[in-house]
Design a protein around this ligand. Structure first.
Ligand code: ATR
Length: 274
């Protein structure tokens, strides 16, 4: 019987993870089955128990369960501890290993797929929620010149920055505080585009040759990438590459094999009609 994996979320019906992992498994010759499983909002723990009892070997975890998965894990990777959230679980006997591959996925997409080195760059990270927290340590590990976290509520950004003070000096404030600052890479980790909102970004924050990266993706251009385009940013990317790369990293955690991602990403993009 094939080894069993899944992704838990709510909602989950439109998840692209089953197609991504099926493509990885086929390309690497791994005998595994990966499915989407809906867990009740208050039923994540029993859903995990049931899946483990079925012989499940590992799972991805998405909204709204990443923090609960973090608390459920009996052992955590360093990057999951830092993120305060888990998107990848591996089950081994009674052990529930929790990892977080989101930040690694983001960095790999930027460095490897977009060909943009982060070393020495001035980075602006927009948002101070879970999505933002998950990528900070992997970004700092690339040794940027600076990292500024901007958020609607400044206090949340300042608290988040302070929690990484042992790694590097991270500055923070509200969006207005970035006025007169300039950045080589601006990453949107807010959920503002879900409500169709544009962010109150001051003019002139994008350096010549700046990269704008939105961790969100969709069929049409996100409001943040539209803002960046209007400000003259040429290199703009949505989060589809991050989605595929975090999946590849999870696949590696489970199987010890790193799948190629280029074709899988290209196929997903053409399905999105982009
Ligand atoms: P996630 O896990 O996706 O990060 P979250 O923890 O709820 O979700 O965080 C959402 C982030 O998007 C926060 O930084 C939030 O800003 P606040 O902390 O000020 O709430 C940000 N956000 C959501 N909607 C926004 C909007 N319309 N404008 C600006 N920021 C927004």
């Amino acid at each position: 019987m094939s080894d069993l994996y899944c992704v838990f979320g709510n909602p989950i019906a439109h998840s692209k993870s089953p197609a991504i992992h099926a493509a990885f498994a086929a390309a690497t010759g791994q005998d595994m089955h990966y499915e989407a499983r809906l867990a009740a909002v208050d039923g994540f723990k029993p859903a995990i128990s049931e899946f483990v009892a079925m012989g499940g070997k590992g799972a991805n975890v998405t909204v709204p369960f990443k923090e609960e998965a973090f608390r459920l894990a009996t052992r955590l990777s360093e990057r999951a501890s830092r993120a305060g959230a888990v998107n990848t679980l591996a089950f081994n006997g009674t052990e529930i290993f929790g990892d977080n591959t989101d930040g690694a996925g983001l960095v790999r997409d930027i460095v490897h797929n977009l060909g943009v080195s982060l070393a020495g760059k001035r980075i602006l990270l927009l948002g101070a929620g879970g999505a933002s927290r998950g990528v900070i340590a992997p970004l700092l590990a690339e040794r940027p010149a600076s990292l500024f976290i901007a958020n609607r509520s400044a206090g949340k950004a300042e608290a988040l920055a302070a929690s990484f003070a042992d790694m590097a000096t991270v500055n923070a404030g509200n969006f207005a505080k970035t006025e007169d600052m300039i950045f080589d890479l601006v990453i949107n980790a807010t959920s503002a585009s879900l409500s169709g909102d544009a962010l109150p970004l001051p003019n002139g924050i994008f350096a010549e040759g700046c990269v704008a990266y939105d961790m969100m993706y969709g069929q049409s251009e996100t409001p943040f990438l539209a803002q960046a385009r209007e400000q003259g940013v040429v290199q703009r990317a949505d989060g589809l590459g991050m989605l595929v790369e975090q999946a590849a990293e999870a696949f590696f955690v489970w199987r010890g094999v790193r799948p190629a991602t280029r074709q899988v990403l290209a196929d997903l993009r053409s399905k999105l009609g982009q």
